[in-house]
Design a protein around this ligand. Structure first.
Ligand SMILES: NC(=O)c1ccc[n+]([C@@H]2O[C@H](COP(=O)([O-])OP(=O)(O)OC[C@H]3O[C@@H](n4cnc5c(N)ncnc54)[C@H](OP(=O)(O)O)[C@@H]3O)[C@@H](O)[C@H]2O)c1
Length: 226
């Protein structure tokens, strides 16, 4: 199973690509410019102190989409439509995991405030923008900080809230998420629940600012207690 991180040159995408490449998964970093994706691959190799990693390559976003089975979308909200438009014709039969948090900073405001999206959530907007395509949309990763991902010598101290309407796709996404060391994928139900989960991100950013850290995350407890 090949993973493409669409917009994988930014903080969140680079962190996810690095973690999965380190775990031995086949990873493609996607970018608007293939050259930038190749540079991101070199950056990951340098950070991991490895060279010519066979399971990691950098391609343009459309080429990365063609090459992969699972896509992880890691672009800011304002880039969501143009990015999806650029890969739309290649998404049939694939799973797309949307990591977007709709923050007020996407429109010039504060990252500690969320903005309402007409469709209900960023992930539902992805679903809407890909209407007519045979693609399963899952919402996840939006509560994991890029700092925790980039800090690859340590486990990640948080859980990952997962929402989606396609149970099979959600299962595959959860398997992938559970490969992040320290992370438990928590099934939060249908895609519409991402209206709640995406709003946790500006809360965590506010806690980071208040406590002068970059590692705030959440853990869900008590689910096994009978
Ligand atoms: N950073 C975090 O800690 C964090 C945590 C949780 C969730 N998230 C979510 O993850 C997503 C990515 O966050 P990030 O901090 O990694 O974002 P970012 O660094 O600002 O952007 C990621 C990539 O998106 C592409 N991009 C940026 N602006 C664009 C535009 N106007 N049009 C088209 N492409 C554009 C760029 O790739 P190319 O130039 O290579 O094409 C860029 O490297 C966001 O939706 C964010 O809410 C981030």
């Amino acid at each position: 199973m090949k993973i493409a991180v669409i917009g994988g040159t930014g903080d969140q995408g680079l962190g996810l690509a690095m973690r999965y490449a380190k775990a031995g998964e086949d990873v493609v970093v996607g970018s608007r410019k293939a050259e930038n994706a190749e540079n991101a691959v070199t950056e990951i190799e340098n950070l991991l102190n490895q060279s010519n990693m066979k399971n990691l390559e950098g391609l343009s976003n459309p080429e990365a989409t063609v090459a992969a089975d699972i896509l992880i979308l890691t672009v800011p909200l304002q880039a969501q439509k143009t990015t999806l438009d650029s890969i739309k014709e290649y998404v049939d039969g694939k799973i797309i995991i949307d990591a977007t948090a709709p923050l007020s900073s996407n429109i010039g405001g504060s990252p500690t405030e969320f903005i309402e999206v007409w469709e209900g959530s960023a992930a539902e907007r992805t679903f809407s923008l890909l209407k007519g395509k045979d693609v399963a949309v899952v919402s996840a990763y939006s509560n994991i900080s890029s700092s925790s991902l980039m800090n690859h010598k340590e486990d990640i101290d948080c859980d990952c809230l997962v929402c989606g309407d396609d149970e099979e796709a959600k299962l595959k996404a959860k398997e992938l998420i559970n490969k992040l060391p320290g992370v438990n994928a928590i099934d939060c139900g249908p895609l519409s629940r991402s209206r709640i989960t995406e709003k946790i991100t500006p809360l965590l950013i506010g806690l980071n600012i208040k406590n002068k850290t970059h590692y705030a995350g959440i853990r869900i407890t008590g689910l096994d207690k009978k």
